[in-house]
Design a protein around this ligand. Structure first.
Ligand SMILES: O=C(O)CCC(=O)C(=O)O
Ligand SMILES: [Mn+2]
Length: 212
């Protein structure tokens, strides 16, 4: 039976996925910290980012029809960190606070560099992100993706690409940090499903290193 990870960790801890059947080479390498930021920091960050980020509504052509992406997005980073997702090349807007200080804290904690961040605003539970992997060539073969959540708690699902019975569910709480690295993107998909009962908004920041 699938169960939600209660995410009560106080430090950055390894998350075990049901990868035993596929073995080590196809494993996901995921770590999670429940309170990477405390509630007063979260409130400050959330308020500034909600009003200052240049949130964009995007559309995609799916099966010959144009559909709105069910969330708002924005891309910030170093000038050269261009990134293609949803079939479009995104040019980063310049860093501003608190994105820069969050980036620095992540770099110190994780010992790696990030040159860009994708900001996602889930306005309510009808906003979502479908199954995908962050496996674009410009992120390199084993990208480290650091994902900070602010606001409403949302579910986060993972499933193995070749063996979709292998699944894991987590709750991404406000102030939490989720790190995906190693072969996670190569072998696993992730999603933020719709949750119609959720009425509050959530901001998610996924810090990445785009290779040029
Ligand atoms: O909102 C989330 O937690 C996931 C975001 C994500 O997967 C992405 O930006 O690629
Ligand atoms: Mn992703």
């Amino acid at each position: 039976m699938q169960q939600f990870d209660l995410n009560l960790s106080s430090g950055l801890e390894k998350v075990s996925l049901p990868s035993d059947d596929v073995g080590e080479p196809e494993g996901a390498e995921i770590r999670f910290q429940n309170q990477f930021y405390d509630s007063s920091q979260v409130t400050d960050f959330y308020n500034v980012l909600y009003s200052m980020v240049d949130w964009q509504e995007e559309s995609l052509w799916i099966a010959g029809r144009q559909r709105k992406v069910p969330r708002l997005i924005a891309w910030y980073g170093d000038p050269e960190a261009r990134y293609r997702y949803s079939g479009k090349v995104h040019h980063p807007e310049p860093w501003f606070e608190p994105l820069l200080s969050i980036k620095k804290k992540l770099e110190t904690t994780l010992g790696c560099d990030f040159n860009s961040v994708l900001c996602n605003l889930y306005r309510h539970g009808e906003d979502s992100m479908g199954w995908h992997a962050d496996d674009e060539a410009e992120l390199g073969p084993k990208p480290v993706i650091a994902s900070v959540s602010l606001g409403a708690t949302r579910a986060f699902h993972l499933k193995h690409k070749k063996n979709p019975k292998l699944r894991h569910k987590m709750l991404l709480t406000s102030g939490s940090l989720l790190v995906m690295q190693g072969t996670t993107q190569q072998y696993w998909l992730h999603q933020v499903p719709k949750e119609p009962k959720v009425t509050k908004a959530r901001i998610n920041l996924t810090f990445r290193h785009v290779i040029r």
